[in-house]
Design a protein around this ligand. Structure first.
Ligand code: RUB
Length: 320
């Protein structure tokens, strides 16, 4: 698919979910590199960077998107010719696509260990990583009931219902505001992530932090399923994850809103769950407590503190 078309689909949420967004962007970059004719290497790199910028400008929150794009663009670093750069993008991109699919599968296997026969599990939004855990446990023959939320205003809960129903898993569908009412019946919550910060906070679909709060109150285990490329290196320097605000028309129809001149509608589509409410983060490299998030950034994304300070030219010595 063309970069512009992919970018439009991500913006309109026809392609959605952090993992899928990252994979679609990488596929678009591979396609762009294949069709990009440039007289020399600098022009080729520039063309790739412009395509990357268009993809990055789509949605600001899912860190999988900049992480995947960074991975693909840095593949061109050692290239000496346009042909080599094109090949490097293809090879790195295809490796990412493969490892991303494998990561979801592996997360499912690891996450399923944390589901016990007879469990009632709650999930919020539509996360392929979180669902991978539930589906893997189901394949292992564990009896489960799942509560799935509606997820206002995008109704991603419907997508989740289809997956669960296709697998034959008994499912209860509830509105978002019913989560606390049912929490005492829930053994484990599984959600995905759009970003995990260095201090183990989890950014995910709006409402996740309320689910976490209710789980914390009821002493229900709260588990996050997140590939390593959802971890956000730049939070090392205290950078905050931007929370996307979408069109208020998704919440209240413009016709209705026009009748209410004193009303302002807000539509933040993600929120931040503090690490204190997260029991476990399941990655493809293993499950970790949120306090160990930095190790993922250092050991699997390759950002040591030293590397970070070198790259971003931070020198605190002149500030003393
Ligand atoms: C999707 C969402 C998902 C995460 C993880 O939000 O918050 O929970 O992206 O999904 P939206 P996955 O529908 O606004 O994109 O595990 O599939 O990457």
């Amino acid at each position: 698919m063309h970069v512009t078309e992919t970018a439009e689909k991500i913006k309109r949420m026809e392609i959605r979910g952090a993992g899928r967004i990252a994979r679609a962007a990488v596929e678009a970059l591979i396609g762009h590199a294949a069709g990009l004719s440039a007289p020399d290497l600098p022009s080729f790199r520039k063309g790739m960077e412009e395509a990357a910028a268009a993809l990055l400008a789509t949605r600001p929150t899912a860190v999988s998107l900049p992480n995947a794009i960074h991975l693909v663009l840095t593949a061109m670093e050692d290239a000496g010719t346009v042909v080599e750069a094109r090949e490097a993008v293809k090879s790195r991109g295809e490796t990412f696509l493969r490892s991303s699919a494998e990561a979801v599968h592996r997360i499912g296997e690891i996450g399923a260990h944390h589901i016990v026969d007879g469990d009632t599990v709650l999930t919020h939004c539509n996360s392929e990583a979180a669902l991978a855990c539930i589906l893997a446990a189901h394949r292992q023959g564990k009896e489960m009931k799942v509560f799935a939320t509606e997820v206002r205003p995008g109704n991603q809960g419907l997508l989740t219902l289809r997956v669960l129903s296709d697998a034959g898993i008994p499912t209860h569908y509830i509105v978002d505001s019913a989560v606390r009412h049912f929490m005492s019946r829930i053994d484990r919550v599984f959600v995905g992530a759009d970003a995990v910060t260095v201090n183990g906070a989890v950014v995910n679909k709006i409402g996740t932090s309320q689910v976490a709060l209710a789980a914390h109150e009821a002493r229900t285990t709260f588990i996050v399923a997140a590939e390593t490329y959802k971890f956000a290196p730049r939070t090392i320097l205290g950078e905050l994850i931007e929370i996307e605000e979408r069109d208020p028309g998704e919440v209240l129809s413009p016709t209705e809103a026009a009748r209410l001149p004193h009303v302002r509608v807000h539509n933040p589509v993600f929120d931040v769950t503090p690490a204190a409410y997260v029991d476990l983060i399941v990655t493809e490299e293993g499950a970790i407590p949120p306090a160990l998030a930095y190790l993922i950034i250092r050991d699997y994304l390759g950002w040591s503190l030293k590397e970070f300070h070198k790259t971003f030219l931070i020198d605190h010595r002149d500030q003393v």
